[in-house]
Design a protein around this ligand. Structure first.
Ligand code: FMN
Ligand code: ATP
Length: 188
């Protein structure tokens, strides 16, 4: 996919939890301020699921539905497979360049490229990059897909759901599932 200009966020986004939601909100707000398309670049399956390190918190359809409620213009879904993982950090940066990002917005632990060699700081050497401070829950712990998986495994479904925070998102005035209809989904 090629765009003349964009604002981009990247990640596995498994569960589309409160940390991911903040990333999505900031990306879409930055894109709207500049009048540019907001792009969410994600992976299917999530890398940790591909490598057998985790079970997915939701299906691709569910993830796209959740992402759509925030109102991005495009979602790029990379087929995360044995061919894709051979790409280097430089290959990934070259692919991102085709989107001509005015800004790339990621969390501080974001990594990319074969053997996870690319970091958010490396991204910052190539693009105007905003690195988000981690969103934490009330006990100070960082919200993460891994934490939600652990809570679910321990039978703490309500605590897991509070990190996903879906009830509040779906009742927010700006959230609408009909956004899914206008969302453009591309494979790379
Ligand atoms: C081109 C590319 C190659 C990747 N190769 C690997 C890999 O070899 N091993 C790995 O564990 N993760 C690999 N990943 C996944 C990243 O480690 C990371 O999980 C992914 O970029 C999503 O970031 P997030 O986990 O912060 O959401 C790769 C990602 C990209 C974009
Ligand atoms: N709590 C958080 N606050 C801010 N950004 C976050 C948070 N969690 C993840 N991110 C960012 O969201 C994007 C997607 O991250 P990712 O899908 O790996 O989430 P994760 O919760 O860290 O997953 P996992 O626990 O499986 O490693 C990345 O840019 C990452 O840095």
């Amino acid at each position: 996919m090629t765009l003349g200009a964009s604002v981009v966020t990247i990640g596995a986004f498994d569960g589309v939890h409160r940390g991911h939601q903040e990333l999505l909100r900031q990306t879409i707000a930055a894109a709207q301020q500049r009048g540019l398309p907001a792009v969410v670049y994600t992976f299917d399956p999530p890398p940790k699921v591909y490598f057998g390190q985790a079970e997915a918190l939701n299906s691709l359809a569910e993830k796209l539905e959740r992402i759509a409620t925030f109102g991005p213009d495009h979602v790029i879904v990379a087929d995360f497979d044995r061919t894709y993982i051979r790409r280097t950090a430089a290959d990934f940066i070259a692919e991102l360049e085709r989107l001509h990002p005015h800004e790339v917005i990621v969390g501080e632990d974001f990594c990319f490229g074969s053997c996870k060699s690319g970091t958010a700081l490396l991204l910052g050497q190539h693009f105007n990059t905003r690195i988000l401070q981690p969103v934490r829950c009330s006990d100070g712990e960082i919200v993460s897909s891994s934490r939600i998986r652990t809570l679910r495994r321990s039978g703490l479904a309500a605590a897991a759901a509070s990190l996903e925070n879906w009830k509040d998102v779906l009742t927010a005035p700006s959230a609408t599932l009909s956004n899914l209809a206008r969302l453009r989904v591309a494979n790379q």
